[in-house]
Design a protein around this ligand. Structure first.
Ligand code: HEM
Length: 367
């Protein structure tokens, strides 16, 4: 069925020139920078590039030609349609302007909030079986719990208790499990492109209910606080907050009181920040004793130059978002990949995908 869909899908013909310049369709080629891949995602021709100039075109110089909202339809069941992760163009700009002030620099950098969760994780590691000072643990699971609690504490004002293994009121799936299930299913839906709606299992629908119910609860609480707070018209800070701590959702509810916008934005931020952060700090725990020694205390992280360099290098070698993508909002070109030497533009038709590998670019010695 999927194959039939791909074959029957109408596509406009590939032009041979664009804005007066000759350009080429993408061919499958042994090119150092462009890998032409047809049908990597069902029904849509997608190109894959590792040319930094093409990436720059997509993300900067030809920003308006490429978008991601169409790519992220598969996410909408969980993220909604009004958050930054599912928007393009003016609506994306609006989202950015809405969210940016809430990423208050001082509060984001407030590590004291994180310390509680890190201490709890280290206690779990120390309590695990092992010998000679070594402990055998599933570090990825511990880091996911840590980030889930730390991020919900920052976003909602209360950790959801992932480190304590708290289950949801429904007794079915915890919030963390539900979030994981929704991410797993979304990644399958994503590869199906136009046919994403074919994958909608029961556990996905339950997971969405659990996630939306909990986030909805915190949105209602933030709005109630906003409405009853006499200092609601003053800029939101740790000091004007009724709880004495900076809560992202409360800061955001000063800018908009639309519950759906709040829910969708908070879920977008949560999705953006969780797996990326949880998959980054593996190195210091698993690498050389020198790195482990430097990663013991939370209080003077900023001074730890070696650790900071280590993390930068880790992000270069193992970027959490190793492959990313856009789709063409109109028929356009990418600057490189065509012609005999790969220096002519290539055509990307409206709706076609353009994927880029950050992982590969980060390993190119010539960039
Ligand atoms: C090591 C950790 C992180 C990495 C590697 C990372 C990576 C990225 C990347 C590659 C994008 C661009 C996605 C795209 O345009 O297709 C992005 C966007 C974004 N990230 Fe992160 N991220 C990290 C942590 C976080 C955290 C902790 C938060 C929030 C608490 C966050 C919030 C966001 C938001 C809101 C966007 C959308 C920005 C926009 O569209 O303008 N990220 N991130």
């Amino acid at each position: 069925m999927v194959l039939l869909w791909t074959l029957l899908k109408k596509q406009e013909p590939i032009p041979t020139s664009f804005n007066g310049r000759p350009c080429e369709p993408l061919k499958l080629r042994k090119d150092p920078y462009i890998l032409g891949i047809h049908g990597i995602r069902f029904g849509v021709r997608s190109i894959m590039t590792r040319d930094h100039r093409n990436i720059q075109a997509m993300l900067a110089t030809q920003f308006n030609d490429f978008g991601l909202a169409h790519e992220r339809r598969a996410h909408q069941a969980i993220l909604g349609t009004r958050g930054i992760f599912t928007k393009d163009g003016p609506e994306w700009k609006e989202s950015r302007a809405l969210l940016r002030p809430s990423f208050d620099r001082a509060s984001v950098a407030d590590l004291s909030a994180l310390e509680t969760f890190v201490t709890r994780m280290i206690a779990k590691i120390n309590a695990s079986p092992g010998s000679d000072g070594y402990h055998e643990v599933d570090l990825q699971a511990l880091l996911l719990e840590l980030i889930m609690d730390a991020s919900t504490d920052f976003l909602f004002g209360s950790p959801i208790g992932a480190q304590e293994g708290r289950v949801s009121a429904e007794g079915q799936m915890s919030f963390s499990e539900s979030f994981d299930v929704s991410q797993d299913v979304v990644s399958i839906r994503f590869t199906l492109n136009d046919l994403y709606w074919l994958v909608n299992p029961k556990r996905f629908r339950i997971a969405i209910t659990v996630v939306h119910k909990l986030v909805g609860h915190y949105v209602t609480r933030a709005l109630q606080k906003h409405n009853s707070n006499s200092s609601a018209d003053k800029p939101y800070t740790k000091d004007t907050s009724t709880s004495g701590k900076y809560i992202f959702l409360e800061a955001l509810s000063q800018k908009t009181q639309n519950p759906q916008v709040l829910q969708d934005q908070i879920l977008s931020v949560m999705m953006a920040g969780r797996d990326t952060t949880a998959s980054t700090p593996h190195g210091p725990f698993t690498s050389s004793p020198a790195t482990r020694k430097y990663s013991r205390s939370c209080s003077d992280l900023r001074e730890m130059v070696y650790l900071r360099c280590f993390l930068h290098e880790e992000l270069r070698m193992y970027p959490p978002v190793g492959i990313n993508s856009r789709s063409a909002l109109r028929t356009t070109t990418l600057p490189y990949g065509g012609g005999a030497d790969g220096n002519a533009p290539i055509v990307v038709r409206k709706g076609e995908g353009a994927m880029y590998s950050v992982f590969v670019v980060h390993r190119r010695e010539d960039v």
